[in-house]
Design a protein around this ligand. Structure first.
Ligand code: FES
Length: 586
């Protein structure tokens, strides 16, 4: 939660910026295109199917609420697109970006005749037009208009698909879904075009049937000359006004540039001695692009990917505060605690700064997708438990490899089941040993209770396993357990696809040492006294002692448990219950 000026802003809302609003509005418009084009595609079945489909299309999109949302989305998307054109400080576009921009700008020019001729007649003159009138008008009265419609269909579709691509390409499923999406993206407009052509031909034929003509092409279904004059005036003046707005935006950009230059120039210092001089108001990423300094920016500066991250060195006091969106993205990747880490695409310094790039410039959407979801590291109180199977080497010497693997897997399953039942998480398997974590989603007290409860459950499961395998084992399976709690770093570590979530820190190392010590001390379990106390275990002075831990200056107080099953009897009933409660809450 974010609290500003007494306002409590939920996390999800904090992450909403202009870009997110634009994407949401774009998705609504794209949904309309899908429905409209699917309707056109029905023309491949028959003209009748097209007309029938239009009833459902209109029933939904002409619902007053849906209409309001649709037009609001259209106006917002358009307005924010123009705003983005003003906002952008550099024109080094990649091909899909410039294509999307140019297509987006051209849509209103292409759309105006269709919108005014077909849609605006309803609110202006109370006249609803359907396929019959529209196709007749385009295929018979003004044949050039069919080409304008084809161009509009393709332009709007490609613009939407590029936007969808930018939105989806960072998602994990995108690589798998891309071929299917590409097929759908190519197929639907093609079917829609063919459907329109077929529908147009059918309408030309039907227009020779007097009864159909009377029903669909009567005088009342076409605009009167004064109405036509008004519609034509709108169709003429709209592009003029729109063109003037575009020119104004470009003029405003030039004016802003002058003001920024007057406002002063600042120096940005990159690693390796690169230094660029830019006007105030430019974002660091825009400065990099303008001066051809390689800079990772997978999302293209839209505050989505965080790959443009930089670490500012020197005085941080002069930096402008992160916007709500920037703060949200930094928090999402666990970088919000360090004020020196900023998003280069959002930071617009007002004075000289020096910084390092956090990511190499070669980061791309594919490597980004792999790293999405990676937890960057967080400090957490976690109870770590190491469980090791005893004498597994001897076991392997006496058996076929398959038998050994079978028994070890049964052992690991018995331990993992017990850990999960107690509310913990089996985290890593190393040979015949296992690291389990407790407290990833519960309080320290609950985590300790869960870990202690797990010890008893492990004893019970392994005892059952020994009974099941009595005929296959020369001697029962034995094990050693070390349990310790403390603040550790939890997060993802690894390389490329081989990334695992785990815990690192002194508390984990101590748990591993305790497990090793169980061999020397001739017991099954060693639990740090701190965990026993937090788990509400009754004090047991004879079983408690200080043990020296390799690599640590001072000994730690632990409880020796000769037989793990005995610990189960000591677990306070409410502690065991809390472990179940925690699991149920998850
Ligand atoms: S470029 Fe993606 S967040 Fe800055």
């Amino acid at each position: 939660m974010d609290v500003r000026k007494g306002l409590v802003i939920p996390g999800a809302i904090r992450g909403i910026g202009i870009r997110q609003v634009r994407v949401t509005c774009g998705l609504i418009l794209f949904a309309y295109l899908l429905s409209h084009f699917a309707n056109h595609a029905l023309g491949n079945v028959s003209y009748g199917a097209m007309v029938e489909g239009l009833k459902y299309h209109m029933a939904f999109w002409r619902n007053p609420l849906v209409t309001a949302v649709f037009y609001a989305a259209g106006i917002t998307h358009w307005g924010l697109g123009l705003w983005a054109l003003y906002e952008r400080r550099q024109f080094r576009y990649r091909t899909p970006e410039i294509t999307q921009l140019l297509l987006g700008i051209s849509i209103p020019f292409l759309l105006v005749a269709h919108f005014v001729g077909v849609r605006l007649q309803q609110p202006l003159f109370g006249r609803d037009l359907y396929y019959a009138q529209a196709l007749f008008a385009y295929w018979v009265n003004r044949p050039y208009m069919e080409w304008v419609q084809f161009a509009l269909l393709i332009v709007a579709w490609v613009h939407g698909c590029i936007g969808l691509y930018f939105w989806l390409r960072l998602k994990r499923f995108f690589a798998r879904a891309a071929p299917y999406l590409l097929v759908a993206a190519a197929l639907l407009p093609m079917l829609a075009l063919l459907g329109l052509i077929q529908g147009g031909r059918d309408v030309i034929e039907l227009s020779n049937v007097p009864a159909w003509r009377t029903a669909n092409l009567s005088q009342a279904q076409f605009s009167t000359p004064p109405e036509r004059a008004l519609l034509d005036a709108i169709i003429f003046w709209f592009p003029v006004v729109y063109g003037a707005v575009l020119a104004l935006i470009l003029g405003a950009r030039g004016l802003r540039l002058l003001c920024e230059r007057r406002g002063g120039m600042i120096n940005l210092s990159y690693p390796n001695g690169i230094k660029v001089r830019v006007p105030q108001g430019l974002s660091v990423l825009e400065a990099s692009l303008r001066h051809n300094v390689p800079h990772a920016s997978v999302c293209g500066g839209k505050a989505r990917c965080s790959t443009c991250r930089i670490r500012v060195v020197g005085d941080l006091a002069a930096l402008p505060k992160p916007s709500r969106r920037e703060a949200f993205v930094l928090a999402r990747v666990g970088a919000s605690v360090d004020p020196a880490i900023r998003l280069a695409c959002q930071l617009r310094p007002k004075s000289d700064i020096a910084f390092f790039l956090v990511f190499p410039p070669q980061v791309n959407p594919a490597s980004m997708r792999r790293s999405i979801g990676i937890r960057m590291g967080e400090e957490l109180y976690v109870v770590s438990m190491f469980v090791d199977m005893r004498r597994s080497t001897e076991l392997a010497e006496q058996r076929l490899p398959f038998d050994t693997m079978f028994i070890i897997n049964r052992f690991l399953a018995a331990v993992s089941g017990a850990v999960e039942d107690a509310g913990g998480q089996p985290n890593q398997f190393v040979g015949d040993g296992i690291l389990a974590l407790f407290g990833l989603d519960s309080s320290p007290a609950v985590a300790c209770a869960q870990a202690v409860a797990a010890v008893g459950r492990i004893a019970a499961n392994v005892a059952q396993l020994n009974r099941d395998l009595a005929n296959d084992l020369r001697e029962p399976i034995r094990f050693g357990i070390g349990v310790n709690g403390g603040e550790v770093i939890v997060g993802d570590i690894g390389y490329r696809e081989r990334v695992v979530f785990t815990a690192l820190g002194d508390a984990v190392n101590v748990a591993a040492r305790l497990q090793e010590l169980t061999k020397d001390l001739g017991c099954e379990v060693l639990v740090s006294e701190e965990v026993c106390r937090a788990a509400n275990l009754a004090a047991d002075p004879p079983a408690t002692r200080d043990v020296a831990i390799r690599g640590r200056d001072s000994p730690i107080s632990v409880r020796l448990v000769a037989c793990a099953a005995l610990l189960a009897a000591d677990v306070a009933p409410d502690a065991d219950r809390s472990s179940h409660a925690s699991r149920a809450d998850r």
